[in-house]
Each structure stands twice: as C-alpha cells, then as structure tokens.
Design a protein around this ligand. Structure first.
Ligand code: 8Y4
Length: 278
C-alpha cells in the first residue's frame, strides 16, 4: 500500500514510522547557520543523523523560512548536488531533495536522491513533468501563499478541510500526469501560511488527513508553533518538538522531519508501539 523508498542499495518500507533528518545547505539557514556548507561537513552531520536512527536525510538548498528571498537555479544546484553525491556514495540511507525546481529535481535524482520533497507540491512550471519522468516518490506539501509573504495574513474557514481538499486535488493532478498514487506522500505543511490555531487544529485532526490514503509526512521540529505555545526561543524547542512528533505518529504519521534525530527516533518508536498495541 505505502510506497517503498529506495536509497543506496536498500529499500525502505513505511509500514513503521521513520525519521527524516534535516540537512540544510543554505548559508542563511534558520538554526544551522550554514555550518553544513561544504560537502565534507554535510556528510559528517548526515553520518551522525544516520547513526542516531534517521532513515532518510532531507537535503535543502532553498530557504523557505518566512521572508526568505528566492535562490537561483545555479545557486541551488551548487549547494545541493555535491552533497547528494557524497551522501549517496557513503551512506545507506534514502536521500530526499527539498526543492521546487525541475532542473534541481533532475540533477538530484541523477546524483542519487530517492525522494522529491516539494513544499510547492509540484506547482512550479515543469515540476509535474519532471517528477513524472523521474519515477521517484514525491512528497506533496500544502502551503498557503509563497514563503516570502505566507505569514502576512493566513486565513482559513476550516483549515483541516481546506488542506485536505488541496492535497486531494494535487494527488489527482499528479495521477493525471502519470505519477501514480503509490508514489505520493502528503504533508499538511505546518507553519506554511498558517496561524497558531491552524497548526494546532491540523495536528489535533491529523488522522482525518490519513484518510486521503497516502503516507503522511510531518515537519514540526523547532517551529514557531512551539515557540508560541511554550514561549521559548528556537534553541529550546526540543521537548515541544518531541511531544508533537509523538502526537503525530499516534495519529498515523509515517515520516517525521526533524533536526534532533536521536530523541525524535525514541519518541517515534514509543508512539508507534502504542499505535500498534492491541
Ligand atoms: C526552526 C527551524 C524553525 C526550521 C523553523 C524551521 C517542512 C519541509 C520545511 C515541512 C516538508 C522549517 C523543507 C521549514 N518544513 N518539508 N521543509 N514538511 N515536507 N522551518 O514541514 O523547517 S522548511
């Protein structure tokens, strides 16, 4: 039923929930500050996340934090491709490429990426065709607006219903373009054009989105919704991140995208055990 993801010489089934470690290769990255700019440094960080239990590594070269400016195609390629090449050569893990650009999707898959993680859900020109042709699984994420302005005035009548309608429509468009259902993962896009109450409602009713029939990816690690509830800065959001990861897995999440892999793996495995209990 759920897609099998392929990494270097290995398969990854999503019958049990997995942790996707975040590897930012942006100079302006919110919490990693560009420390993983060189491929060698990126590999060291990825190695550590794999040792801590990450089954996927998400490599991103475009900052999508609120207010971030667009990155050129060449800049994104220069950041991401050398890192994917070295990870593919060295690590038994599924490499996810966080991009919306068809050119980057193609180069990343050629370099070894086994999953396209697109926060724009293949809405950029040419992205749908590129993904169809590349034949790797795709994560479709919901976002209201564009990163630069998405937090200016987000609004929903019923956020869970509207996110569900959007994701169902993107699934339909994908299937029409030749990307079959078994290749799709879905993500409500926590923090992407959403107020605190919207994010909390989406987490509370995550199970409703599981009914769409594709594995759910959830990214809440260190996000502002935790800062808003707990009134803590970004470097103190681990406990909140863990709590939300556990709640997400309890409601059916298949992949948790996280910065702090070791504690997230423990939370995910514990919640998975509860979920699987008779
Ligand atoms: C601290 C650190 C606070 C990072 C906020 C952030 C998602 C995603 C991002 C997500 C999927 C981020 C690329 C935003 N979030 N992909 N990407 N799902 N599938 N902000 O939720 O991590 S970037």
């Amino acid at each position: 039923m759920s897609p099998t993801l392929y990494g270097a010489g290995q398969r990854l089934d999503l019958s049990q929930p997995r942790v996707m470690g975040i590897l930012n290769v942006t100079p302006d990255s919110f919490s990693d500050g560009g420390r993983f700019g060189s491929p060698a440094a990126a590999l060291a960080r990825a190695c550590q996340m794999v040792a801590e239990g990450a089954a996927l590594i998400d490599v991103g070269g475009e900052s999508t934090r609120p207010g971030a400016v667009a990155v050129s195609e060449q800049e994104e390629l220069d950041r991401v491709i050398p890192v994917i090449e070295v990870l593919y050569a060295e690590l038994p893990v599924v490499i996810s490429v966080d991009t919306s650009k068809p050119v980057v999707m193609r180069a990343a898959v050629a370099a070894g990426a086994g999953l396209i993680n697109d926060v724009r859900a293949l809405r950029e020109e040419g992205a749908l065709a590129a993904a169809a042709e590349l034949a790797v699984p795709v994560c479709l994420m919901h976002m209201q607006g564009e990163p630069r302005t998405m937090q200016d005035a987000p609004h929903y009548e019923d956020v869970v219903a509207e996110v569900g309608v959007f994701l169902r429509e993107r699934m339909r468009v994908c299937e029409q373009a030749g990307i079959n259902r078994e290749r799709l993962l879905l993500d409500p896009g926590f923090g992407f054009g959403k107020r605190l109450a919207d994010n909390l409602s989406l987490l509370k009713r995550l199970g409703d989105l599981a009914a769409l029939g594709a594995p759910l990816v959830v990214g809440v690690s260190r996000k502002a919704m935790i800062g808003a509830v707990l009134e803590v800065p970004v470097e103190q959001r681990l406990y909140g991140s863990i709590a939300l990861a556990a709640l997400a897995v309890r409601q059916g999440a298949a992949v948790i995208r996280a910065h702090d892999v070791a504690p997230t793996v423990q939370a995910v495995n514990m919640a998975a055990a509860v979920r699987a209990a008779p």
